[in-house]
Design a protein around this ligand. Structure first.
Ligand code: HEC
Ligand code: HEC
Ligand code: HEC
Ligand code: HEC
Ligand code: HEC
Ligand code: HEC
Ligand code: HEC
Ligand code: HEC
Ligand code: HEC
Ligand code: HEC
Length: 357
């Protein structure tokens, strides 16, 4: 929606002085923002950062400090110069209101000493003089929507200029990057949709569900971890920005991911159960299952994928003996194999290597 001030705003663009007419500054100072803002780093080993400036150009996942904010480069309008936020706002009053809550816009206004409050819009959208002259010509301003003329790499490059490294060090080559996702498929810094993370939807899970509805649906099965209940998110196990492991798993192996919350399954055990050590997914589906305890198959079929009746001391493993068979064996009813082999993840019990109680 454009107000009638268009002509006046266009007139404003002549000077091209990025320091002209700064917006009324936010009541908060740069120091306030440094103190209250979350760290742009998902790594747990990130060191506390007492000198943001010193790290400004290091590939360590820290965002660029506000007083070093650059104006984004737009290859489709290489001659354009910065015109300042005030000019943008003259034509885009609505977006300005929508974005005033945003940490980015507020922070750039309050603290962009290098470029002045002018940078509040152009630090992301690139220099605006050409766009202000020809507003309807696509490409002259960096736009972040799918139908925009701005190439997806340029879009992501704007964000990565401040947010490369850290959780995003494997973005290039990641399955999402290769499938032409942009940062703004999951983030919308212009609107207040999520409580944190400036996401494109109201929660992490909803953001992922926009494309992975099938996976989200599995969490509605009878057995699931408390993700629908809001106590977990997809990002507890996945790093959507890219990882070196398959399936965007956050840690080096599936098991390490599970141990983060299920430390008791890590052991050490005197008597280990080989498939548990190898991969929890030999028996569990992390996204949900209609069997008990996220199992991929009901017991005893689960066990019988790998264990035949050969070796077991009796005739337990016949079809007739199943709970639903003509001659149910009471040892296959209910907890079946687990009645006796209770310590299925491994055992320190003196009863020995068969995981008995
Ligand atoms: C597939 C979805 C998705 C894409 C694509 C994506 N992100 Fe994220 N991003 C997330 C989610 C989800 C979180 C919240 C993670 C959390 O809270 O653990 C997040 C968190 C962040 C954070 C704050 C936490 C941190 O790591 O410091 C930044 C900054 C960020 N993303 C930047 C980017 C940039 C830059 C791009 C593009 C190169 C991008 N994201 C692409 C989903 C995505
Ligand atoms: C003279 C008025 C005017 C000024 C000044 C102006 N814009 Fe625009 N802008 C427009 C109009 C009109 C459109 C809609 C173009 C269309 O729909 O074809 C637009 C569209 C946009 C878009 C969406 C582009 C797309 O391809 O989807 C963005 C982003 C944008 N403006 C950002 C800015 C920023 C940032 C500034 C300041 C540097 C700015 N505008 C200054 C009038 C203006
Ligand atoms: C942190 C980077 C960032 C900053 C700072 C920023 N924007 Fe945006 N802007 C975006 C992104 C990303 C989108 C695309 C949002 C979406 O997914 O719809 C966008 C969209 C827009 C659009 C197009 C809206 C539409 O519906 O297509 C306009 C206009 C716009 N911004 C103007 C501004 C103005 C004016 C300012 C300064 C007050 C500003 N932006 C500051 C990142 C930014
Ligand atoms: C000029 C530098 C700069 C640019 C460009 C920039 N950001 Fe940021 N961003 C920051 C700073 C500074 C913070 C807040 C401090 C922090 O979290 O380290 C931040 C915070 C974030 C957060 C975390 C917010 C939260 O609530 O946890 C996300 C997500 C994010 N930015 C995404 C983006 C995306 C997507 C883009 C591109 C559209 C982008 N940023 C462009 C500097 C920038
Ligand atoms: C805009 C659509 C979109 C969004 C949003 C999205 N993804 Fe994806 N995701 C894809 C596409 C496309 C692929 C590649 C094709 C496929 O495997 O389905 C993919 C693949 C994946 C994979 C499989 C990786 C592999 O190596 O095969 C995982 C895991 C994943 N996404 C997790 C997430 C998570 C977690 C979120 C939310 C933070 C998310 N995605 C949000 C589109 C999306
Ligand atoms: C408890 C950890 C965990 C949570 C929570 C989780 N995942 Fe996964 N996800 C995994 C593991 C482990 C794999 C690897 C599966 C495999 O290798 O068979 C995986 C695989 C995937 C894949 C690719 C393979 C497939 O099954 O299609 C996608 C896509 C995916 N997850 C998306 C999501 C989304 C979206 C969410 C949130 C709704 C989510 N995941 C929540 C652990 C998790
Ligand atoms: C972010 C923490 C977290 C991670 C990571 C995690 N879990 Fe869980 N898991 C939970 C919580 C919370 C519960 C519910 C505990 C309860 O209800 O007492 C749970 C429950 C379970 C259950 C029992 C479900 C039931 O219906 O009884 C299984 C099995 C399970 N998780 C397997 C896994 C596997 C396999 C992985 C790795 C792919 C994993 N978990 C990773 C938090 C996590
Ligand atoms: C050989 C198959 C198998 C493997 C591999 C396996 N589990 Fe299990 N898991 C089970 C069975 C069977 C149950 C149900 C136990 C019951 O009902 O007493 C279970 C139950 C659970 C539970 C629910 C609480 C409990 O202990 O009863 C959690 C949590 C769990 N497994 C986590 C894991 C983790 C983490 C891994 C990987 C380190 C893993 N499991 C590997 C078979 C397996
Ligand atoms: C993915 C294959 C796989 C599944 C599923 C599996 N196991 Fe195992 N199990 C093994 C392997 C491999 C060993 C180690 C055999 C060895 O050391 O000779 C083993 C060892 C055992 C042992 C100890 C055997 C001995 O000689 O000491 C018992 C008891 C056992 N499993 C019971 C079960 C039960 C009960 C289930 C179902 C809840 C189950 N297993 C599911 C592969 C599996
Ligand atoms: C009534 C208790 C009981 C039930 C139920 C039971 N087992 Fe056993 N199982 C045992 C005992 C006792 C041993 C040890 C026998 C020995 O030491 O020779 C054993 C041994 C084993 C072994 C090691 C066999 C070997 O080669 O020495 C495996 C594997 C095994 N059981 C798997 C299973 C599976 C799979 C099921 C479910 C289909 C199951 N058990 C049900 C009591 C039981």
């Amino acid at each position: 929606m454009l107000p009638a001030t268009t002509a006046q705003a266009a007139a404003n663009t002549g000077g091209g002085n990025p320091h002209a007419d700064p917006l009324p500054a936010s009541a908060l100072t740069t120091e306030d923002f440094k103190r209250i803002l979350p760290r742009t780093d998902m790594r747990s080993d990130a060191d506390a950062d007492s000198h943001p400036r010193a790290h400004a150009f290091l590939d360590n996942g820290q965002a660029m400090p506000f007083d070093a904010v650059p104006i984004a480069k737009n290859p489709l309008a290489s001659d354009a110069i910065a015109i300042g936020a005030k000019s943008c706002v003259a034509c885009h009053a609505l977006e300005n209101v929508q974005a005033s809550h945003s940490l980015h816009v507020q922070a750039f206004r309050a603290g962009a000493a290098g470029t002045g409050a002018a940078a509040a819009c152009e630090s992301c959208h690139g220099p605006g003089s050409a766009h202000a002259k020809y507003p309807t010509k696509p490409g002259l301003i960096i736009a972040f929507t799918r139908d925009a003329k701005t190439p997806i790499d340029t879009q992501a490059g704007v964000c990565l200029a401040c947010h490369k490294g850290g959780a995003r060090q494997d973005w290039i080559g990641s399955v999402h990057q290769q499938h032409q996702l942009g940062c703004t498929d999951c983030h919308n810094p212009m609107a207040k949709l999520s409580a944190e993370g400036v996401l494109a939807n109201n929660s992490i899970n909803q953001t992922c569900a926009a494309c992975h509805q099938d996976i989200r649906n599995k969490f509605n099965r009878r057995s699931h971890m408390p993700l629908p209940e809001g106590q977990m998110s997809c990002a507890d196990c996945h790093n959507p920005h890219g990882t070196l492991t398959a399936d965007l798993i956050k840690t080096d192996t599936v098991n390490e991911t599970c141990y983060a919350c299920h430390a008791e399954e890590r052991g050490p055990f005197l008597f280990e159960h080989a498939p548990v050590r190898e991969n929890c997914l030999a028996c569990h589906d992390p996204h949900g299952s209609n069997q008990q305890a996220l199992l991929t198959l009901p017991v005893p079929m689960l066990c019988q994928q790998c264990h035949t009746m050969t070796g077991h001391p009796n005739d337990l493993l016949t079809r007739a003996g199943l709970a639903t068979g003509p001659a149910p064996d009471e040892r296959l009813i209910g907890r079946a194999c687990l009645t006796c082999h209770a310590n299925i993840h491994g055992s320190n019990n003196p009863s020995g290597s068969r995981f008995h109680k």
